[in-house]
Structure formats: structure tokens, C-alpha cells
Design a protein around this ligand. Structure first.
Ligand code: ATP
Length: 393
């Protein structure tokens, strides 16, 4: 039976290292506290999370724009936003320029400010009607006093944020819509459970009038996964920005709802939710039960034996045919078949395809069929090569 494991955190951290998801940054020099590198499969998983977020939060909708703004801005931006005053040494100082002509600025602590300062550009270019939103994915930096718990609290991380601009009277309705949107996203990426906490006024950020924290039960305790904040008109007002409502002829400062999702905490919560151990065929195994649409590898194609050129050639042919339509297909002929299954299970590959002598026609009825193995059940079925694409969709 599949079950959650003891020492889950240690096991996930070790899997991340062993299978190339996450490594300590600068590891050959002893690492660097609060900084992490994503390896091959980790970088793909992270990219898949960001793509799915963009799809659901931006591209599936008609009221959203996307942007990609700088990490370093004119120092006036973070002064107006209150970051310099409220976060003090928690934000990284940087010197821009050389010699005597230097300017002190800071690395952004959230992606949001670039969106606010581009608000006027977006309105002037696209003339959107309220409500509308602008989203972006990008790095943020915080000089955390005690970075800890793997990628949960680091000094360099990534965020997926939307600033959604509404008329003041409508904020509660849209706030609730975003709560539901975030819930649905959590489900789609396979999170076991998120807990929604109304944040008390004294614990809210300086700009917020209502905040819901989406929390997750990490093995080291319950902690924030994402935040949803009603930022009022705080930011646009501070930047001296307003909106001309063509319908009513009014000038107004829109209010802002902000769903803010950390990529790295999402990544961690996904792995912790997906990590499963069971007994399969009398052997203990660990696998990642990742949803198909974010798994780094959708399917792996194997020749049953590496040293039989006819099997390898046929496996290469099937692999090339599938890869044209489904890019995240992997060819794997390393070690025996049991080892390959274990490796693919551990990186969360939903399906494995094996080319054997029956594929080549040893049993005439089975010519041009392969075995398709399901990650979660370990069950295998015989499938015609021409039906594979459909099966993998
Ligand atoms: P915490 O209370 O845990 O420090 P926060 O309330 O300061 O988090 P926000 O300012 O709401 O976090 O940032 C939005 C999102 O960015 C968080 O929900 C989280 O996913 C992510 N995030 C914030 N700080 C970090 C960090 N140091 N490392 C990784 N992700 C972070």
C-alpha cells in the first residue's frame, strides 16, 4: 500500500540531490546559506509550474496582461513603495555605476513594484477597462536573517504575482474570486491540502487591509505557501498614479488584489505531496506521484536490452516519433530495466514504454506493440505503437 513516509523532508531533500532537482548553490565551495540551484529535472519542473501558472492566471483569461520588469529599479520606486522604510536591511543594497557617479538602489523584494510602475504604460497602450490585471514571474531577493528549511526560506527566490485592479466597491467580490482561483491551482498541481488563514491586522504587511495566507503542512511545521492580499490603493497612490474611467468620465485610483505565489515553496509543496513509498513486486520503492501536466518527463522509452542493436534501433524510432509531438520524452537505456523503472519512478515519470522482442515480431500477433507501464500502479499493458500518442495525452 502507498503511504506517506517518516523523515519525509530528509528523503525529499536527498532525492532532490540524487536525481538532479536541487543542489546547494556554490556547493564545491561549501555552499552559500539561503541560495539554491535547480538541476536538470528541477529546472524543468519549475518551468512547468511557471507555465501552468501563466496559463491559468493569465492566458486563459481575457482581462490579464503579462509583463517582465527589472530586478533593480530607480531608488525612488522602493522609497515610494515603503520598502526602504519598512524592510530596512532585509533588502539587498546594490551600487549602480562606477567611480564617483554611483547610485544606491536595492534588489526587489517582490515582483509587484515593477507592475505598479508600469501601470500607466499598460493603460496607455492597451486601454483596459476595470477590472483588469497584470501578472509576472520573476526573481525576488530578501536578506533573510535565518534562511532555512531547504528552499522554503531562501535569500533568492522566485514569485508569480498578479496585481488585479478593481473599483474600490468591488474588492470583496474579486478577492473571493482569487481565493477560489488559488484553491483550484493547488488542486491542479496535486497539493495534498492547503489551509486558508485570515491574517490578523497586526500580522499583515504595511500595505494590506485583508490577507489570506494559503498555508501548507510542511514536515517542519505549518507555514505560508502563498499569500492573497488586498493592497487597497496604497501602491498606486504612493506612485502618484490614477486611472481615467472612460465610461463615467471619473478619475480614480484603482484598488488592488494581489495573489502572490512563491515558485520555490510551490515546488517544495508539490514534491512533499507527491513523494510516496510502497511495495511493488515485493520490493520497496519511492516515487513521485506528480500530475502529468507538470512532471519533468512525460514518458520514458526503453529498449529491453541495451546490447541488442535491433531493439535499440526500434526504441530510437518510437522515441523520435513521440518526441515530435510530446517534447518531454526521454530515451533511457542505462542499467537494467528494473533500475530504469526505479529512476523514472523517482523523478515522477508517469509512463514508461519498453520495446522488446515481441515489438519486433517474435510473437507475430504482438508485432509493433510495446509495453506501457503506469508509474502509480506499476501495471503494464500491451499497446500498439500507433496508439501511443493518444494514450499519452
Ligand atoms: P514569510 O512570512 O514566510 O516570510 P511573507 O509573508 O514575507 O512570507 P510574502 O511577502 O507574502 O511572504 O511573499 C509572497 C510569497 O513569496 C510567499 O507566500 C512565499 O511563497 C514567497 N516567499 C516569500 N519569502 C520567501 C523566501 N524567503 N523564500 C522563498 N519564498 C519566499
Amino acid at each position: 500500500m502507498a503511504e506517506k513516509s517518516e523523515n519525509l523532508m530528509e528523503k525529499v531533500v536527498s532525492l532532490c540531490k540524487r536525481r538532479g532537482f536541487v543542489y546547494p548553490s556554490s556547493e564545491i565551495y561549501g555552499g552559500f546559506a539561503g541560495f539554491w540551484n535547480y538541476g536538470h529535472y528541477g529546472a524543468i519542473l519549475k518551468e512547468n509550474i511557471k507555465c501552468l501558472w501563466k496559463q491559468r492566471f493569465i492566458f486563459d483569461r481575457e482581462d490579464m496582461f503579462v509583463t517582465d520588469t527589472t530586478i533593480i529599479s530607480n531608488p525612488k520606486v522602493l522609497e515610494a513603495s515603503g520598502h526602504v522604510k519598512n524592510f530596512g536591511n532585509e533588502i539587498f543594497k546594490v551600487e549602480i555605476g562606477t567611480g564617483e557617479e554611483t547610485t544606491t538602489s536595492h534588489l526587489r523584494a517582490e515582483t509587484a513594484q515593477g507592475i505598479f510602475t508600469d501601470f500607466k504604460n499598460v493603460v496607455d497602450t492597451h486601454h483596459p477597462k476595470l477590472p483588469f490585471g497584470i501578472g509576472q514571474v520573476g526573481k525576488a531577493f530578501r536578506n533573510e536573517i535565518s534562511p532555512r528549511d531547504f528552499i522554503f526560506r531562501s535569500r533568492e527566490f522566485e514569485q508569480m504575482e498578479v496585481e488585479y485592479f478593481v473599483k474600490e466597491n468591488d474588492w470583496e467580490k474579486y478577492f473571493q474570486e482569487w481565493v477560489e482561483k488559488m484553491r483550484a491551482f493547488g488542486k491542479e498541481i496535486g497539493l495534498v491540502q492547503t489551509i486558508e488563514l485570515q491574517v490578523a491586522p497586526e500580522d499583515r504587511a504595511h500595505y494590506s487591509k485583508r490577507t489570506v495566507d494559503f498555508q501548507f503542512d510542511y514536515p517542519f511545521g505549518r507555514g505560508e505557501l502563498w499569500g492573497l492580499a488586498y493592497r487597497t490603493d496604497f501602491d498606486l497612490k504612493n506612485h502618484g498614479l490614477e486611472y481615467f474611467d472612460e465610461e463615467s468620465g471619473d478619475r480614480l485610483v484603482p484598488h488592488v488584489i494581489e495573489p502572490s505565489l512563491g515558485v520555490d515553496r510551490t515546488f517544495l509543496a508539490i514534491l512533499l505531496s507527491a513523494y510516496t513509498e510502497d511495495d511493488l513486486g515485493g520490493e520497496r520503492r519511492a516515487y513521485l506521484k506528480l500530475p502529468k501536466n507538470i512532471a519533468p518527463v512525460r514518458a520514458a522509452v526503453f529498449p529491453l536490452l541495451k546490447n541488442k542493436p535491433e531493439l535499440v534501433a526500434k526504441a530510437r524510432e518510437v522515441y523520435a516519433m513521440l518526441k515530435k509531438e510530446i517534447p518531454n520524452i526521454e530515451f533511457d537505456d542505462n542499467g537494467n530495466i528494473g533500475k530504469r523503472y526505479r529512476r523514472q519512478d523517482e523523478i515522477g515519470t508517469p509512463s514508461c514504454i519498453t520495446i522488446d522482442f515481441d515489438t519486433l515480431g517474435e510473437t507475430p500477433d504482438l508485432k509493433d506493440t510495446v509495453t506501457l507501464r503506469d508509474r502509480d500502479s506499476g501495471e503494464q499493458e500491451r499497446v500498439r505503437i500507433e496508439d501511443l500518442k493518444e494514450k499519452l495525452r
